[in-house]
Design a protein around this ligand. Structure first.
Ligand code: GLU
Length: 510
């Protein structure tokens, strides 16, 4: 029988969700939806020293905004609750105890100083690795080197201890990664990692394996940075007797800097002026505000389409995918091994595309918010009209404000180059006449403005094509923009006439 697809996104609440984390969540989600499986959100908060308040809520909000819905987990509940690891301490303790009893794990009492001394000793002896492992463990203070009485005494005295996995000395560990193929590691390369810390919390390495098993996870899809830990996890599965139920692994390629050299960091993104987080993040430690994709004007559809193709390819040259299309087309086999270069221009291109597909009503809402930020208001009908002619020309809604101030303000200045080229006696003739004709119109809209212009031009005997750019200059101050007659309709008859008269009074024919 085919195993039911159950995947998990398992972030640690140590800060804002990185954009790479959104991609990891997305790939998990796509597989779950395609296979009729279950998408789980597990919060891996066992490292109390790195816990950041607000991070969990931020992660949940971000996934929601991106359209990645959770079926089971923190915030939703489910048959394997609790899904927050800090609330599952007893479960991990039980398995750690089992490993101790089987002789596959041991107690270690070494202090920080003793561990440091060991590393120094090994370094001085020229050892390649300075690890706590099958050889060095025998020189340390642990339940393998101390007598049972000594161990009991230390415990009774409340001396802090950890539990470490007893990694076998000579064993070939193999795992078949769905993206990378067979990964083979010799156990001598692996250290006796800590499973339980002295504060009674498990480490990621134990909690992750125990939870993936208990939550019946079928595929572990996560970032490449976890590949080196995977052989250790395989050992834990084996020692706990779960080898046959082990999930399949798929380690995703790194997100690279736009230049392609090295991993993309927040610093790179900051320097190049693009967001690294899905939504605004107020760092509670530094007080710094990092701008998100959402607040920068990206639509979730655009971000999802962009991220889907950062590391996965459909096998043809299709680039535009809705979430539903991604669910159809996605496959783990088509995830690339090589790192994916982060090209923000591509994200902008997607945004442009999805923005054009939005209705004027929806865009107008966003536009009104942008206006509000600039202490500007306008009627909804006007905002919708502005969007109808601006949406083909912008990447973000906020561009409509930057490139369309003329919808609100009479030009104070005129583009000098356009004026020099286009403001001539013909233009002046038409533009002086035009306001008079406009005054007489009963209904004023783009159609009548156009008809009136054609009339005026015919009367003065000058083709309208010859004076269009000068007319645009008079009305907007610049040489290019959306449909001019619609601009007139939007700013209204009075304002149009006023601007034409002002231009005549201000601009001189050179
Ligand atoms: N808590 C780990 C992280 O934040 C999860 C790694 C995994 O998916 O196993 O990246």
């Amino acid at each position: 029988m085919k195993k039911e697809v159950r995947v998990r996104f398992a972030p640690s609440p140590t800060g804002a969700l990185h954009i790479g984390g959104v991609r990891t969540a997305l790939y998990n989600y796509l597989l779950a939806r395609q296979q009729g499986g279950t998408m789980i959100l597990r919060i891996e908060d066992t490292d109390q020293t790195r816990f950041v308040p607000g991070a969990e809520a931020y992660i949940i909000e971000s996934l929601k905004w991106a359209g990645i819905t959770i079926d089971e987990g923190v915030g939703v509940g489910g048959p394997h609750a609790p899904y927050r690891q800090s609330e599952r301490k007893e479960i991990y303790a039980k398995y750690a105890k089992q490993l101790i009893e089987q002789g596959d794990a041991y107690y270690a009492f070494d202090t920080e100083e003793e561990l440091e001394q060991m590393r120094e000793r090994l370094k001085a002896a020229g050892a390649e690795q300075q690890q706590y492992n099958s050889i060095t463990r025998m020189q340390m203070r642990n339940s393998l080197t101390l007598s049972a009485e000594e161990v009991n005494k230390l415990m009774q005295d409340g001396v802090p201890y950890v539990i470490r996995l007893k990694v076998p000395r000579k064993e070939e560990i193999r795992l078949n990664d769905l993206i990378r193929g067979w990964v083979m590691v010799h156990s001598s390369q692996i250290d006796d990692k800590v499973l339980m810390k002295s504060d009674g919390m498990p480490t990621y390495h134990l909690a992750n394996v125990v939870d993936d098993y208990l939550m019946k996870i079928s595929h572990v899809i996560r970032g490449e940075e976890w590949l080196p830990s995977a052989p250790f996890h395989v050992l834990v599965y084996k020692f706990l007797g779960w080898e046959n139920e082990m999930p399949q692994f798929a380690h995703l390629p790194l997100l690279l800097k736009p230049t392609g050299d090295g991993k993309l960091s927040k610093r790179d993104a900051d320097q190049m002026g693009f967001p690294i987080f899905p939504m605004n993040w107020n760092d509670p430690k530094t007080g710094e505000l990092a701008k998100g994709y959402k607040e920068s004007g990206y639509l979730p559809e655009a971000l999802i389409n962009f991220l889907a193709l950062l590391g996965w390819n459909p096998g043809n040259d299709q680039e535009l995918f809705s979430m539903d299309e991604l669910i159809q087309a996605f496959s783990l086999e088509r995830i690339n091994k090589a790192g994916a270069r982060f090209d923000i221009q591509k994200a902008q291109w997607f945004n442009q595309h999805y923005l054009r597909q939005q209705s004027n009503e929806v865009l107008a809402k966003a536009y009104l918010e942008v206006l509000l930020q600039h202490k500007q208001t306008c009627e909804v009908a006007k905002a919708e009209k502005i969007m109808s002619i601006m949406k083909e020309r912008i990447t973000f809604v906020k561009d409509a404000w930057e490139n369309g101030k003329f919808f609100f303000f009479t030009p104070e200045q005129y583009d000098v180059a356009i004026a020099a080229k286009k403001w001539n006696t013909d233009a002046v003739k038409v533009i002086s006449e035009y306001p008079k004709e406009l005054t007489a119109t009963e209904v004023f809209d783009a159609t009548t403005a156009k008809a009136t212009l054609e009339n005026t031009c015919a009367q003065v005997g000058i083709g309208s094509g010859k004076i269009m750019q000068a007319l645009r200059l008079a009305l907007t101050g610049v040489g290019a923009g959306p449909d001019l007659m619609m601009i007139m309709e939007i700013i209204g008859k009075e304002e149009s006439i006023l601007r034409l008269q002002k231009a005549i009074a201000t601009l001189t024919v050179s």
